[in-house]
Design a protein around this ligand. Structure first.
Ligand code: CTP
Ligand code: CA
Length: 231
């Protein structure tokens, strides 16, 4: 089986992976969320584990079984994810932010269920920006030489194509690698196949791959291994 053919090239390394999507409470029964299933993050955790790494998976609102041999920390909100990732990253060689993190959250969740009003008036939900977990980890490394990897799901728009957006984001984030995933048109979310380009911190292409999330995970970990070997 393919898993036995894998090199144990991450033996002795600690890898933190975040997966899934954060949810920000509006009231006790409602949240602001996103469509991430966590499949790519789980694939990264499983492949890293199979390659010998000690893996901590920070899972935000996924409904996937905990991978064998991986320490899983379940979280809901961005604040919980941030705390769990930073705690685990304190002695990690690699941090991979595959989770879809909510960019904003309601200002103070209401403690009771918001009731529908008979006059049809709807109160607006005021939002506040969340911290950028990846940018923080990249700007202030918790461990010297730690490899920090981000993911970006992009579509083209009037301001640029997928790669133009990806390159700008790679330079903005300051991570060592940014894995740019082309989404839309049936690609990216809740589907087995990905179409990704791996960029370095300058936005230059390191490699590109199309395939299953396990194949993508393998290629991303090859890039990570290359960076670790050079440090
Ligand atoms: N990310 C994060 N914290 C946030 C938002 C994003 O750590 N508050 C991480 C994601 O986990 C991912 C990377 O940043 O690894 C890119 O996320 P993305 O949403 O594509 O980037 P943003 O900077 O939020 O830009 P956009 O306006 O495209 O959403
Ligand atoms: Ca975002």
């Amino acid at each position: 089986p393919a898993v036995l053919d894998r090199p144990l090239d991450l033996l002795g390394r600690t890898v933190v992976v975040s997966a899934g999507g954060t949810r920000e409470p509006i009231d006790p029964v409602r949240f602001l969320g996103n469509r991430s299933t966590g499949l790519q993050g789980y694939a990264l955790a499983e492949v890293a584990c199979a390659r010998g790494a000690s893996v901590v998976l920070v899972a935000a609102n996924t409904s996937l079984p905990d991978p064998h041999g991986v320490e899983v920390v379940h979280v809901e909100t961005t604040e919980e994810l941030r705390a769990a990732v930073r705690r685990a990253a304190g002695d990690a060689d690699v941090v991979i932010m595959a989770a879809a993190v909510a960019d904003f959250r309601p200002v103070g969740a209401v403690g009771h269920k918001i009731k529908k009003r008979s006059d049809g008036v709807v109160a607006p939900i005021e939002l506040v920006a969340n911290p950028d977990v990846l940018a923080e980890l990249a700007a202030h490394r918790l461990v010297p030489g730690q490899v920090v990897v981000g993911f970006a799901a992009e579509t083209g728009d009037e301001d640029g194509d997928v790669l133009e957006h990806g390159r700008a984001k790679a330079r903005r984030k300051g991570a060592d690698l940014l894995v740019v995933n082309r989404v839309g048109e049936g690609r990216g979310f809740a589907v087995p196949d990905n179409d990704v380009t791996v960029l370095d911190g300058d936005g230059s292409t390191v490699t590109a791959v199309a395939g299953s999330k396990a194949v993508v995970a393998g290629v991303v970990l090859d890039c990570v291994h290359g960076l670790l070997a050079g440090r």
